[in-house]
Design a protein around this ligand. Structure first.
Ligand code: FE2
Ligand code: FE2
Length: 344
């Protein structure tokens, strides 16, 4: 694939010739001239979701942390270690993806996503500094050095991203997009539910509030990648291999279950190895459906943590579910009738 030219004087910004990838735009942001209207809407929603980690009080969580069981503390710390990795690699890698997306309106959304991932790193620093005893803080950042399961996971994701940086083939880019979708759509959620589970027992309420903000952002990122993938599928139905997508989903589900059993397992009230499997396969089925593909896991149609949805508040104001669509891509493709940025 060709990296974009920074200022492409021979570019063509017409909507009829605009493509998600391998297009030829000038790279100027003319936001009165937008093809992918969902990107406008998503940009607005993400900007409205602006939040500041330090505005949430974690004062009570420090005391509550000391009263968690050792297994709950292990899970709390381990999940933070994984989240620290996920947001670090996203902040670093999203600009690499953006170099190859040839829709300016989508470039802007990816830029907003990058800054949100940086805010998530800021929130982990604030959580760790406020709650975790000083002698344990470095362990959270360094856990991958000693925990083989975590290292394997982190390396698997990093390698997919690195392979495209080293070798910019179509196939490698397709893998990067699916890996991003899996990261934003599957990897975070057993961890998020652990925190909501504690909150349901009136434990670590401040942490759950931070996680709610992060969760709200991650769901918009998930929608962003689902839409990028669907638009590319609509523009070139040979770009993705469905077999490869399914294989990547299977690997992600296997790793997510293995990691969640390793760090939570049957040791935390409200969660079990069975609910972890149920939830992970349920969410994978849902993400496949959202990009128009059939489910991989028969019999996994129910969310075992449905009762936590009220705590997560993922349907409320500012949420992607409350504001966005679940329709298929064809309805957004009718956007060539230009409505400007201000219409949204
Ligand atoms: Fe994030
Ligand atoms: Fe994200």
């Amino acid at each position: 694939m060709q990296r974009k030219i920074l200022f492409n004087v021979t570019g063509d910004d017409s909507l009829t010739n605009r493509k998600m990838i391998r297009g030829n735009v000038t790279n100027l942001f003319n936001l009165n001239n937008v093809k992918y209207q969902w990107a406008n809407k998503l940009y607005r929603l993400m900007m409205e979701n602006f939040w500041i980690p330090e505005k949430v009080s974690l004062f009570d969580d420090k005391r509550a942390y000391a009263e968690l069981t050792p297994d709950e503390q292990k899970a709390y710390d381990g999940i933070l270690s994984f989240l620290v990795f996920l947001d670090s690699i996203q902040t670093n890698n999203l600009p690499n993806i953006n170099e190859y997306i040839t829709a300016p309106e989508v470039n802007l959304v990816l830029s907003i996503q990058t800054y949100q991932e940086a805010v998530h790193s800021q929130s982990y620093a604030y959580i760790i500094e406020s709650i975790i005893p000083v002698e344990k803080r470095a362990e959270i950042y360094d856990k991958w050095r000693t925990d083989k399961v975590l290292l394997e996971r982190n390396k698997y994701i990093a390698e997919i991203y690195q392979n495209f940086i080293d070798n910019q083939t179509d196939k490698n880019f397709a893998r990067v997009l699916i890996a991003n979708y899996l990261l934003e759509g599957v990897y975070f959620y057993n961890g998020f539910n652990f925190f909501y589970n504690l909150a349901a027992r009136s434990l670590m309420i401040g942490t759950a509030d931070e996680i709610k903000y992060i969760n709200r952002d991650e769901l918009t990122h998930c929608v962003l990648f689902a839409n990028i993938i669907k638009e590319i599928m609509a523009e070139d139905d040979t770009f993705f291999s469905i077999d490869e997508i399914n294989q990547m989903f299977e690997k992600a589900v296997e790793q997510e279950i293995h990691w969640s059993n390793h760090i939570i397992g049957n040791n935390v009230s409200g969660i079990s190895e069975s609910s972890i499997e149920q939830y992970t396969k349920f969410i994978a089925n849902k993400r496949l459906k959202d990009i128009g593909l059939p489910k991989l896991y028969e019999g996994f149609e129910k969310n075992p943590y449905q009762q936590l949805e009220n705590i997560a508040d993922t349907n409320g104001a500012g949420s992607v579910k409350g504001n966005f669509f679940e329709a298929n891509v064809s309805s957004y493709n009718q956007s060539s009738a230009i409505e400007g940025w201000d219409e949204i």
